[in-house]
Ligand binder design. Structure first.
Ligand SMILES: NC(=O)c1ccc[n+]([C@@H]2O[C@H](COP(=O)([O-])OP(=O)(O)OC[C@H]3O[C@@H](n4cnc5c(N)ncnc54)[C@H](OP(=O)(O)O)[C@@H]3O)[C@@H](O)[C@H]2O)c1
Length: 330
């Protein structure tokens, strides 16, 4: 039976699917034909809560999903989230963050054009400290009222921003990092605030960017492709790479005892926190393995064991380099 979690006024199947890595950030850029097996597998299994963003390949990822959905006529089976907030016209991520009302209004229309339909959920991807929330949030609310998205959200925001934004207009979702390998938002108030306000928490990188897996593609920091963003992340560089293997080894032992995969324990852990995870993969077989986490329940004993592992193996190194770090936490 597929597990579901509440999202605003509906239930959604978990885990969901993060489409970023098909086109952006992880050293891969797949054509429609290359992406079809993993996307068709997701449809077949009922893994239908999908995540994309304008910045992923500067529109390429949205267009890829749009082309796939049109070709297979599967719009009605899917919940599609996208995000604006990076000025891709000045250069993908390097164009910088902007949340001006003009940006939001222009980018939602371009998202709709690339997808071929209105998304279910539209987030602001990063918070622009130069634009007051009193300007950006009403603009986001306006596109919801105009029917250009059903739900609205914020990504990588602080607890304070979430609270203030939600006082201006109802925020349906917050998207932020969470995994057994990255629990920073347990202590900075974001998770507690989302719970208190009834805002759904969508956990990105729930496998710790491919860290909490049995068969890692990466045996050393040199194995990341030249354009893989993990090359720039302190957690995955130098001696941190080797120190941070400790957590994987411990979760592997727990998974072996339970008779399942490390990824499945990692994803079941996120679901046990009431969060909607959106793991990414470019491979159909891995999507099947990951989505099978929907059937994995951790016992109270196993949850205690996971908590012990997480507390003992806090990651060494920041989750972003300095340039990216400057864009988060606002
Ligand atoms: N809001 C934000 O700012 C933000 C930031 C980052 C990510 N996200 C969203 O979150 C999604 C997921 O994040 P993510 O891709 O960074 O991290 P992730 O889901 O934690 O990990 C993805 C990585 O894990 C590997 N992988 C997946 N399943 C595997 C398995 N069963 N065995 C071995 N390796 C496996 C994938 O490689 P293969 O492709 O080779 O399988 C890929 O390199 C993204 O697609 C995006 O939608 C949002």
């Amino acid at each position: 039976m597929v597990k579901t979690l509440p999202f605003a006024d509906i239930q959604v199947p978990v885990p969901g699917f993060g489409a970023m890595g098909l086109s952006h950030g992880l050293g891969t850029n797949l054509s429609l034909e290359e992406a079809e097996p993993v996307l068709l597998k997701a449809i077949e299994l009922g893994c239908t809560f999908w995540d994309t963003a304008v910045v992923y390949g500067a529109g390429v990822n949205e267009k890829l999903l749009g082309d796939f959905i049109r070709k297979h006529n599967v719009r009605d089976k899917l919940f599609i989230a996208s995000k604006c907030g990076f000025d891709i016209k000045k250069g993908s991520v390097t164009g910088g963050v902007t949340n001006s009302p003009a940006h939001i209004k222009e980018y939602i229309d371009e998202t709709i054009e690339r997808l071929g339909f209105t998304p279910d959920l539209y987030y602001i991807h990063r918070i622009d400290p130069k634009t007051p929330l009193e300007d950006s949030i009403p603009a986001l609310d306006e596109i919801r009222k105009a029917g250009k998205t059903k739900y609205i959200g914020l990504s990588e925001c602080s607890a304070k921003t979430l609270r203030k934004a939600n006082s201006i207009a109802k925020i349906d979702a917050v998207q932020a990092e969470y995994s057994a390998f990255e629990t920073i938002h347990e202590t900075d108030g974001l998770i507690d605030t989302a719970k208190e306000l009834g805002v759904a928490y969508v956990a990105f990188s729930p496998l710790g960017h491919g860290w909490l897996v049995d068969d890692s593609n990466f045996k050393s920091p040199d194995d990341f492709a030249p354009d893989d963003f993990r090359r720039t992340v302190p957690k995955f560089q130098g001696e941190n790479f080797y120190k941070n293997l400790a957590i994987v080894e411990e979760i592997k032992k727990l998974a072996a005892k339970k008779g399942c995969k490390t990824t499945q324990v990692a994803l079941a852990w996120v679901a046990a926190q009431g969060m909607i995870s959106i793991p990414g993969t470019t491979k159909a077989q891995r999507l099947e393995e990951n989505f099978a986490a929907t059937d994995i329940e951790l016992t109270e004993e196993e949850k205690k064991e996971m908590r012990k592992i997480i507390d003992a193996a806090k990651p060494a190194g920041n989750r972003y380099n300095e340039a990216y770090q400057a864009m988060v936490g606002h």
